[in-house]
Design a protein around this ligand. Structure first.
Ligand code: SAM
Length: 348
């Protein structure tokens, strides 16, 4: 067999990036927890000594961390002044778009690695609630920036007649709401509407309730512990699922329940990870992130529930449409998309 040296070198080069990324991911979380990124943003160009002083940390560790971050391209190093800083783009991604939150999610998930390895042999599932608690906050932080940028300005206006209903005063359910970031964003934007977030995970619901209280929304926004199969069917104008349907065991059974829970003329908003229908079209960095997360989180959660359909985080439009049609929805269309999300509207 002839080895193609160029292909081999490309593969090994990629492995170096990935192995570095593994260490790097843990250190992103360290920098986040210790306030190192925030201090860099506040202080501007700074030496390792000053950054350590400002953050009450030890200089030798901070210097090594800064070097690792600069080598990864997440921090800028000025060789002349021997100072470190965040460029405009680095500050935007790290501080404003909360990039460390995404790393926190990945780091929390990998804590379940040994258990996931066992599941490959037993075929059993693993519930969302069984992961390290850092997962729940990491998930909220991973998704929130995308919702903040898109949900109210783009996704709801892309649905037929929904923005108007919510402006006039509608009733909305957010199913599999986690910490309720999406629920709270919608509630702030539509002060005449009422919102109910449902999730089977009690600690997430408790956290969401605190967030609603903190936002001054209690009364208009409530959060209930309930499964997507049997949350109270109160005649909702809009039922929204944000990155949760593919995690669930029985998507068709749940979609039937959604249909029953809608008011006449109501809309199901289904937000799912961006994916093409064919595996070969998802073999890219976004697909890789989602397939990997799906192996550790979404697929085990679905397999832990009744039916265990395990749609996976790269289900794609054709499979999701099939779920909606089997559940009895007569209209299903892609209303919007971003590089990370597909947004569907189901009605009828
Ligand atoms: C990936 S998280 C998304 C959370 C939230 N929607 C967001 O976008 O940040 C999936 C959520 O679905 C919830 N979940 C999973 N299976 C469920 C079920 N059968 N019924 C209700 N919630 C469920 C989990 O507890 C988790 O909060």
């Amino acid at each position: 067999m002839a080895i193609d040296q160029t292909k081999l070198e490309a593969l090994l080069g990629r492995a170096v990036v990935d192995i570095g990324a593994n260490f790097h991911a843990a250190l992103m979380v360290t920098g986040d927890r210790l306030g190192l990124f925030r201090a860099l943003g506040d202080l501007g160009p700074v030496t390792s000594t000053d950054l350590a002083k400002h953050t009450n940390t030890h200089e030798r560790y901070v210097r090594e961390w800064l070097a690792a971050m600069a080598a990864g391209g997440y921090i800028t190093y000025d060789n002349g002044a021997q100072e470190f800083s965040l460029s405009e783009e680095q500050a935007l991604a790290i501080l404003d778009a909360d990039l460390p939150g995404a790393f926190a999610l990945a780091q929390a998930a990998v804590k379940s690695g040994p258990r996931i390895t066992e599941l490959f042999q037993t075929g059993e599932g693993m519930g969302w609630h069984e992961h390290d608690p850092a997962l729940f906050e990491g998930t909220e932080r991973f998704f929130r920036p995308g919702y903040a940028a898109n949900l109210v300005p783009h996704w709801i206006p892309a649905l037929d007649g929904v923005a108007l209903k919510l402006e006039m005063g509608g009733l909305v359910a957010d199913v599999g709401c986690g910490h309720g970031a999406s629920t709270i964003l919608m509630a702030k934007a539509y002060p005449r509407s009422r919102f109910v977030g449902f999730d089977y995970h009690r600690p997430s619901i408790e956290r969401a309730r605190e967030a609603a209280k903190h936002a001054g929304l209690d009364g208009r926004v409530t959060f209930e512990v309930a499964s997507a199969m049997d949350y109270a069917a109160a005649g909702y104008d809009l039922v929204a699922f944000f990155d949760s349907l593919h995690d669930m065991g029985d998507p068709v059974g749940i979609a039937r329940h959604v249909r029953r829970s809608l008011a006449p003329g109501g809309t199901w908003l289904l937000v799912e990870p961006f994916a093409h229908d064919r595996l070969e079209d998802n073999l890219n960095p976004v697909g890789r992130m989602y397939y990997a997360a799906s192996t550790m989180l979404c697929t085990p959660n679905s397999l832990s529930q009744n039916v265990g359909a395990a749609l996976g985080a790269q289900a794609g439009e054709a499979r999701l449409r099939k779920v909606a049609v089997e559940a009895g929805f007569t209209r299903f269309r892609r209303a919007a998309e971003t590089p990370f999300n597909l947004v569907f509207e189901a009605r009828g």
